[in-house]
Design a protein around this ligand. Structure first.
Ligand code: ADP
Ligand code: MG
Length: 255
């Protein structure tokens, strides 16, 4: 039998904070080409799992694989280099930066970051930086937000900021992109824009794993949907099956 094409595999992952079990033997996989939803009540452990996957937290047990490679316990930049990029539930502070500059604070290692390289290969660094700038411009145009490029990043709306975050993540050329609540606090128009952009990027080959509280948004966009409850995977399936599942309804009602 042919092996399924899995971009991300989470196997028996565990994380405790003191006496609190935030991730309790969680296992799931994200198949290449999908938009996989990750839902669950508040405190279910969704953001913690993203932090474990992307190297921001160290797991107490279990394994994370990206493209079949074990990346458990690796540094965030190493995992980004393996092709996995994530956004944050709360956008980072971007004081004093324009939108264009914010775009260039990339999650992958920047060429200028190697201090030695600045002295041994300054032209190479300059060329790479101007290529990045051109690519940032291209992506801003694709997202139809290039008119924001010179605005202070702190002056744009929360919804526009979410679009910039998504555009910025694309600059790292991810194979799989993890989005933590991409439409939280976003107005309906921008929400549709974000859904459209995610669909477009998915059609162009990016795999997505999306945490989202807005059920309507997830159910329209994602398939399959993985349901997390108390740090554990409660069920997984197509949106229709998940929405009508008794265990899922109970988990949400039970808080
Ligand atoms: P979700 O994103 O599903 O709302 P989280 O992953 O943020 O849930 O949180 C799961 C549980 O872990 C919560 O009880 C939360 O308080 C706890 N938690 C998350 N991060 C930390 C941390 N850094 N230190 C202590 N407890 C944490
Ligand atoms: Mg969260």
């Amino acid at each position: 039998m042919e092996k399924e094409d899995v971009v991300l595999r989470v196997d028996d992952l565990q994380k405790r904070f003191g006496g609190l079990v935030a991730t309790d033997h969680a296992s799931f996989a994200v198949e290449r080409g999908t938009i996989t939803g990750l839902i669950g009540p508040n405190g279910a452990g969704k953001s913690t799992i993203f932090n474990l996957i992307s190297g921001f937290y160290e797991p107490d047990g279990g394994r994370v694989e990206v493209n079949g490679i074990d990346v458990t316990g690796r540094e965030p930049y190493e995992i980004a280099d393996a092709g996995l990029i994530r956004t944050f539930q709360t956008p980072r502070k971007l004081e004093g930066m324009t939108v264009r500059e914010a775009m260039l604070v990339g999650p992958r290692k920047q060429p200028g970051e190697s201090f030695v390289k600045l002295f041994t290969d300054p032209e190479g660094v300059a060329a790479a930086e101007s290529a990045n700038l051109a690519e940032a411009q291209r992506i801003l145009e694709e997202f139809e937000i290039d008119h924001l490029a010179t605005q202070p990043a702190t002056d744009i709306s929360g919804g526009q900021m979410k679009l910039v975050e998504l555009a910025r993540a694309m600059l790292a050329d991810p194979e799989i992109l993890l989005l933590d609540e991409p439409v939280a606090g976003v107005n309906p128009t921008l929400r549709n824009d974000l859904a459209e952009q995610i669909r477009r990027l998915n059609e162009q080959g990016t795999t997505f794993c999306i945490i989202e509280h807005d059920m309507e948004f997830v159910m329209k966009l994602a398939d399959p949907v993985v349901v997390l409850n108390q740090g554990n995977v409660l069920m997984e399936g197509p949106p229709d099956a998940v929405q009508t599942d008794e265990r899922v309804i109970d988990a949400y009602l039970g808080g």
